[in-house]
Design a protein around this ligand. Structure first.
Ligand SMILES: Nc1ncnc2c1ncn2[C@@H]1O[C@H](COP(=O)(O)OP(=O)(O)OP(=O)(O)O)[C@@H](O)[C@H]1O
Ligand SMILES: [Mg+2]
Length: 277
């Protein structure tokens, strides 16, 4: 079912260590081939070949400017007009009976800075439900469920529906963004440094939600915290700066990544972060 350690030619030329762990359609949630992202005058990022699992948490790490955020934007097709991309990003979605389906609900994206709308919690949460054309009489039940799933319900006033979303703390707003993703019924969650501005307690709450999400969905988590990657991820992807552009240099299980990183860039990154040689 799982093919180990195939290294593609181009990536091998870049001294990359990419394990294509998910070969069978029933294992693979997303496959990327010959992806390159370009600004007007330069190539920002290249990824020759990469496969993500159907479920699980993938930590995406690497130095500043190596293209991690741009990569997530390309996945979610949220790139700004300055950027273009070439190559294939194939997504396989699965229905309730675990059969591949062409009907794929959208990505949910959680950014470094919370992005809630300047209106009530209820009005924020109704956006994805309305988009999905869920019957209005089901809205409140689904909203309460999502707020419970992200541990927010117990922290809100009795009249939570009228509470203004932007008056919540940063950590609570992040969890509200995740609740919106749940109501969108997204298969894939993209997180770009979601806890970098948060205190340890809020960070812990978000990490627990990410771990739970990874049991049923594919979660891509860009993080600068090796501790966070170690705590929550099943797989690790390492980007680096190569000849003035970003490139993927390693993808493997997090267990093997942290035990014995294969690429010199990962070893150096871990060494600099932890001070351990
Ligand atoms: N719209 C754009 N136009 C031109 N260049 C861009 C654009 N967006 C990003 N870049 C460039 O692409 C490179 C990668 O940027 P990106 O934000 O993806 O890095 P990152 O790995 O997320 O860094 P950080 O860890 O600091 O968040 C940078 O050199 C950046 O200046
Ligand atoms: Mg970034």
């Amino acid at each position: 079912m799982i093919a180990q350690s195939l290294i593609t030619n181009n990536q091998a030329a870049n001294n990359a260590h990419i394990q294509l762990l998910f070969n069978e359609p029933e294992c693979c949630g997303m496959s990327i081939k010959d992806l390159s992202i370009h600004a007007k005058k330069k190539t920002i990022l290249t990824v020759d070949e990469l496969r993500f699992p159907k479920t699980g948490v993938v930590a995406i790490m690497g130095p500043s400017g190596s293209g991690k955020s741009t990569f997530l934007k390309a996945m979610s097709e949220l790139m700004d007009e300055n950027l273009t991309h070439k190559g294939d990003i194939d997504i396989t979605c699965f229905d309730a009976t675990n059969e591949p389906t062409s009907i794929c609900s959208h990505f949910a994206m959680v950014w470094q800075k919370p992005t809630v709308f300047p209106c009530s919690i209820y009005d924020n949460l109704k956006v994805p439900l309305r988009k999905r054309k869920v019957a209005r009489k089901e809205w409140r039940t689904l909203m309460v469920q999502a707020l419970n799933d992200v541990g927010l319900m117990g922290e809100l006033d009795e009249k939570w529906d009228k509470q203004r979303a932007q008056r919540l703390s940063g950590g609570q707003q992040q969890r509200l963004s995740i609740a919106m993703g749940l109501l969108k019924d997204s298969n894939i969650f993209l997180f770009d440094e979601p806890t970098s501005a948060l205190d340890p307690i809020s960070t812990d709450k978000i990490e627990n939600i990410i771990k739970k999400l990874g049991k049923e969905k594919l979660v891509l988590l860009v993080t600068h915290s090796l501790g966070q990657a170690r705590r929550v991820s099943d797989y690790s992807a390492m980007f680096h700066n190569h000849k003035d552009q970003g490139a993927l240099c390693e993808f493997s299980s997090s267990e093997s990544f942290f035990k014995s990183p294969a690429s010199s860039q990962s070893r150096e990154f871990i060494m600099k972060e932890t001070g351990i040689q």
